[in-house]
Design a protein around this ligand. Structure first.
Ligand code: ZN
Length: 143
């Protein structure tokens, strides 16, 4: 935080702070948000993350879709996939599990989908992903 304050004092106006995994914790996140900076860190596998707290909200219609971020409000907007929910969208206050900048959808749902396919390629697809590291020749979907 001292570094960010020093940068601001010198007239810089950082809007994002990209940090390594060690900085993925509540105080760092809140400190950045207080300064109007979006912290970007890899998500640590904490208990709440494992429990699915970092996942998109879901309802009976499926996984809610990311519908934008309001930096002033420090919240992200999420929408019911079919719009049948009331309300059909809602705001979630940004925290380290629900950042304003949203990376690509988490791989868990894709893995779940591929393992649910019945064409027999699911096991290959999964083991391939870790082994081939995204080589296009193998035909798998790189993560
Ligand atoms: Zn719904």
């Amino acid at each position: 935080m001292g570094l960010l304050d020093a940068a601001k004092a010198r007239g810089f106006d950082p809007t994002t702070a990209i940090m390594d995994k060690g900085y993925d914790n509540g105080p760092i996140h809140d400190g950045c948000m207080d300064r109007g900076i979006c912290p970007i860190t890899p998500l640590r596998e904490t208990g709440r993350v494992k429990a699915g707290d970092a996942n998109a909200p879901t309802c009976e219609h499926g996984e809610w879709t990311f519908a934008g971020a309001d930096y002033k409000r420090q919240a992200t907007k999420w929408r019911c996939p079919t719009g049948e929910c009331q309300p059909k969208s809602r705001w979630i206050k940004a925290d380290r599990l629900h950042p304003l900048i949203r990376a690509t959808p988490r791989s868990t749902s894709r893995v779940a989908q591929s393992s649910a396919s019945s064409d027999g390629s699911s096991t290959n697809g999964r083991s391939c992903r870790s082994a081939c590291a995204g080589l296009s020749a193998c035909g798998c979907t790189p993560i």
